[in-house]
Design a protein around this ligand. Structure first.
Ligand code: SF4
Ligand code: SF4
Length: 188
């Protein structure tokens, strides 16, 4: 693995913010690399997960928030499981993604578009409506025919439906979204 280049001055405020939101202590990491060795996405990352931890320890805010790694992480939790220091690394990746989104650092726009379509589906239907998510994602991302070949196969097996399922408590789920958005507005 290439040694990491630390180019920024340490942003202590950023370190404190991530520590507070993740409840994890980056000082425990001694760079053993176990997390990276098990990460199935390392080959797609610009910084392997152990290097993301090093960037976090040294407060390299711009480098982390502009990285592709935080958006491409699949939250599989292999890194968390393998860490000898019991650091919940997958949760740190989640928190970094949330901060990146909040502060408008989006290096992987398609991933954010997919999350947006997923959340919109949950908010409007109270549960996942797969066809709606895919159509919303394909339309907003401009990949109009992405995975179109899979549609007939999955539909044929009755795995997904053309219309959303109406569930009880849909309004309660929408209320959770409304409250969360209100909390977020009050925090800004
Ligand atoms: S497995 Fe844990 S201690 Fe080892 S590099 Fe990853 S975060 Fe650091
Ligand atoms: S949770 Fe993310 S960083 Fe950790 S092993 Fe899985 S893909 Fe890699």
């Amino acid at each position: 693995m290439e040694p990491i280049n630390l180019t920024e001055k340490t942003d202590w405020q950023f370190i404190d913010q991530v520590k507070k939101e993740s409840l994890q202590d980056p000082a425990l990491c001694y760079q053993c690399g176990n997390c990276t060795a098990g990460c199935p996405y390392t080959k797609y990352f610009d910084y392997p997960v152990s290097q993301v931890m090093r960037l976090f320890q040294t407060g390299q805010k711009e480098t982390i928030l502009n990285s592709r790694s935080i958006w491409l992480c699949a939250t599989c939790e292999t890194c968390t499981t393998r860490c000898p220091c019991e650091i919940d690394i997958a949760h740190i990746m989640d928190v970094l993604r949330i901060i990146a989104r909040r502060e408008n650092y989006v290096s992987e726009k398609d991933v954010k578009t997919f999350y947006d379509s997923f959340l919109s589906s949950m908010k409007h239907h109270g549960r996942v409506f797969e066809v709606g998510i895919l159509m919303g994602y394909n339309f907003k991302s401009g990949h109009l025919l992405a995975d179109a070949d899979l549609g007939p196969k999955i539909l044929g097996k009755g795995k997904i439906h053309f219309l959303p399922t109406r569930i009880k408590g849909r309004d309660k789920v929408a209320e959770i979204f409304r409250k969360f958005q209100e909390m977020r507005k009050n925090r800004v």
